[in-house]
Write a protein that binds this ligand. Structure first.
Ligand SMILES: C[S@@+](CC[C@H](N)C(=O)[O-])C[C@H]1O[C@@H](n2cnc3c(N)ncnc32)[C@H](O)[C@@H]1O
Length: 243
């Protein structure tokens, strides 16, 4: 639930809203169309799509996430289900969206095959995700930052999945795949402080750095924040294709 609160908070930033808007543009939906948002999390996208007169179905494997999303948009349809076994008919949706899901999947192919099954011919699929291999963080000790970011990667099953999404979509039978990059520049240390701590702790746990290294690195990042010298650049890939 703590994770959901964090996700909920970052989804409320202007930048997150712009990223979601870009995903809707790529979906090419018109009012009255049906769209499924798989791994809908706290349901911000479901709420926005429903407001745009899209018949939206939110699906997430986590019951708590679905409860939060449902409280945000009581009129939308929700299911608790895994991405590789959707409770939807064949070719029943005009749009398929999944944001920040694929870094969590050990095997992406059953999820993509399921997307192909439920999307109608000509329908659009949009997948978004950060590739942990190209996060950028300014630091006086750049090597240490790189190692801490490796710690962050170690917490995900597939931290570099985003760069393969286009390849996987084409392999699954989708066509006309296009890749758009949305880049977020963060200079507010407070916005990422918790994630930095998580990353540093993971690097310590993996014995990549010592506890002292972590404390020193975190102190430097906090000091940068106090001096308005904090800088993180976080690119997100949006990969769209047609069924
Ligand atoms: C990082 S969050 C992203 C949530 C939302 N799409 C967003 O961008 O804010 C990942 C979500 O995927 C869900 N999830 C993880 N594995 C899943 C799976 N195999 N099938 C369905 N949902 C899954 C989690 O419960 C969580 O809500």
């Amino acid at each position: 639930m703590a994770e959901l609160t964090f996700l909920d908070r970052i989804e409320q930033t202007e930048d997150a809203a712009a990223l979601r808007a870009e995903s809707y543009r790529l979906l090419e939906l018109v009012p009255g169309d049906t769209c499924v948002d798989v791994a809908c999390g706290a349901g911000h996208a479901v709420a926005e799509l429903a407001r745009a007169q899209i018949k939206t179905i939110g699906i997430d494997a986590d019951e708590g996430a679905v409860a939060t999303a449902r409280s945000r948009t009581p009129d939308a349809v929700f299911h608790v289900a895994p991405s590789d076994d959707l409770p939807l008919e064949d070719e029943s949706v005009d749009g398929y969206r999944a944001a920040r899901l694929f870094h969590l999947l050990a095997d992406p192919l059953p999820t993509l095959a399921e997307a192909h099954r439920v999307l109608r011919p000509g329908g659009r699929i949009v997948l978004t995700g950060q590739d942990y291999g190209f996060l950028l963080l300014d630091s006086d000790d750049q090597d240490m930052s790189d190692v801490v970011l490796l710690g962050l990667e170690s917490r995900s099953i597939a931290p570099r999945a985003a760069r393969s999404l286009r390849d996987w979509l084409l392999d699954t039978g989708f066509r006309a795949a296009e890749v758009v990059v949305h880049t977020e520049v963060i200079t507010d240390h407070g916005l990422l402080a918790m994630q930095l701590e998580v990353a540093a702790a993971a690097a310590v746990e993996k014995a990549l750095i010592t506890g002292d290294d972590a404390a020193q690195w975190l102190a430097e990042q906090a000091d940068r924040g106090r001096r308005d010298r904090f800088l993180a650049v976080l690119p997100t890939l949006l990969v769209a294709a047609t069924r």
